[in-house]
Design a protein around this ligand. Structure first.
Ligand SMILES: NC(=O)c1ccc[n+]([C@@H]2O[C@H](COP(=O)([O-])OP(=O)(O)OC[C@H]3O[C@@H](n4cnc5c(N)ncnc54)[C@H](O)[C@@H]3O)[C@@H](O)[C@H]2O)c1
Length: 348
């Protein structure tokens, strides 16, 4: 940080990288100084578009030649664990890693171990958590008047049948096993993140069912139930065969809180809270209008503030590790047709 700016290298100049490049232009403490993609044309074009000093086709070369304070990993989920290891081995100890942090419980546990051994900081990029709508919901559920959370419903679905997307299909990592595709590591990672966050306890057992795409071989539908140690129960739906939903619903003893678009809020959004007036037999609805905010900017600012000002990360790594373990358990339940009991005794 010689000139007071956090120097960042971005790996994976694909579709989603543009959100990070744009966010970096709006966060005064950071500068993306190099970018990298195995596809040279993508790395070059991002470097030109965002005025990045240098670009690479190989992460090892970038890490060897650049003096970086941090790395943003915007590659496919299957690569995250290995690339985290490369960063740590090269001495880069601050990493913002796109969701899903990893693909399996064992990968997540190995990331946890590496981070502790290297005294490093990794935050999973799950931008919805930085949005003021989520902060408002945190405030609403923690109000005494809300009572206790009983159950949570969370959905992330969109109608994207495999046979209708031949061109996209060939280019989309979400349909490729070899990239870590499938809804569990993509859309469902938001649902698990949200349910685990609001449940306020560790998951105790999970059960799931779903379906595998005939063409892709990846999971394209998953429906699950997570039971937590405090009795809270979460229901999740993530399907490429159902119409669009990104809904989060928190059902407490005295109120029901609904956020119609939770995971990718662009523009404003309205939170709805319904409650029954005890002495009268009618329902009251409170609405909370949340204005437009760029969650990617807030996320990058939080990442920088942890490094520069020693602030707390909005998503601490232990949460992300537990989330990956929960995803793994849901996938196991679906594949093995069994209830999976979660065990965190080895994870401390
Ligand atoms: N938080 C969000 O809102 C959000 C939204 C979309 C995607 N994502 C996440 O972002 C990540 C990337 O998704 P995407 O949609 O941009 O995928 P993408 O396929 O468009 O981009 C990935 C890029 O990584 C490059 N790449 C592959 N292997 C590489 C390597 N070894 N070194 C350097 N580059 C390599 C590919 O060439 C490609 O350009 C995923 O983890 C995804 O879950 C997050």
């Amino acid at each position: 940080m010689s000139d007071g700016l956090l120097k960042i290298g971005l790996v994976g100049c694909g579709q989603h990288s543009h959100e990070h490049f744009n966010a970096a232009e709006l966060v005064s403490d950071v500068k993306i100084t190099s970018c990298c993609d195995i596809d040279k044309s993508k790395a070059k074009s991002c470097a030109e578009q965002y005025h990045i000093q240098s670009y690479y086709c190989d992460i090892d070369n970038m890490l060897k030649n650049e003096k970086l304070d941090a790395v943003i990993l915007c590659t496919w989920p299957i690569q995250h664990a290995e690339q985290i290891q490369k960063c740590l081995q090269s001495g880069v100890k601050n990493i913002l890693c796109e969701k899903s942090l990893a693909l399996s419980a064992s990968e997540a546990a190995s990331i946890w171990k590496m981070v502790r051994e290297n005294d490093a900081f990794i935050m999973e990029a799950c931008k919805y958590r930085h949005h003021p709508a989520i902060k408002k919901i945190e405030e609403l559920v923690s109000a005494k008047t809300a009572g206790k959370i009983d159950n949570i419903k969370a959905a992330f679905s969109n109608y994207e049948p495999e046979e209708l997307s031949d061109t996209d299909f060939a280019n989309d990592w979400r349909f490729k096993k070899e990239c870590g595709g499938g809804v569990p590591y993509d859309w469902m990672s938001y649902l698990v993140n949200g349910c685990n966050h609001f449940a306020g306890a560790l998951p105790r057992r999970v059960v799931a069912s779903g379906g595998i795409g005939a063409k892709s071989g990846v999971i394209t539908r998953i429906f699950g139930m997570i039971e937590y140690e405090n009795g809270v129960t979460a229901f999740i739906e993530s399907s490429k065969d159902a119409s669009f939903s990104e809904e989060l619903q928190l059902n407490c003893s005295n109120v029901r809180i609904n956020l119609p678009i939770a995971w990718g809020i662009y523009g404003g959004v309205t939170i709805k809270q319904t409650r029954r007036k005890p002495e009268w037999d009618y329902i009251l609805t409170d609405t909370f209008e949340i204005g437009e905010e760029n969650a990617f900017v807030l996320q990058l600012q939080n990442f920088a503030d942890v490094i520069i000002k020693n602030e707390q990360p909005v998503i601490p790594l232990h949460e992300s590790v537990i989330n990956v373990m929960t995803i793994d358990a849901l996938v196991t339940s679906m594949n093995e047709n069994e209830i999976v009991i979660m065990d965190f005794t080895e994870f401390s």
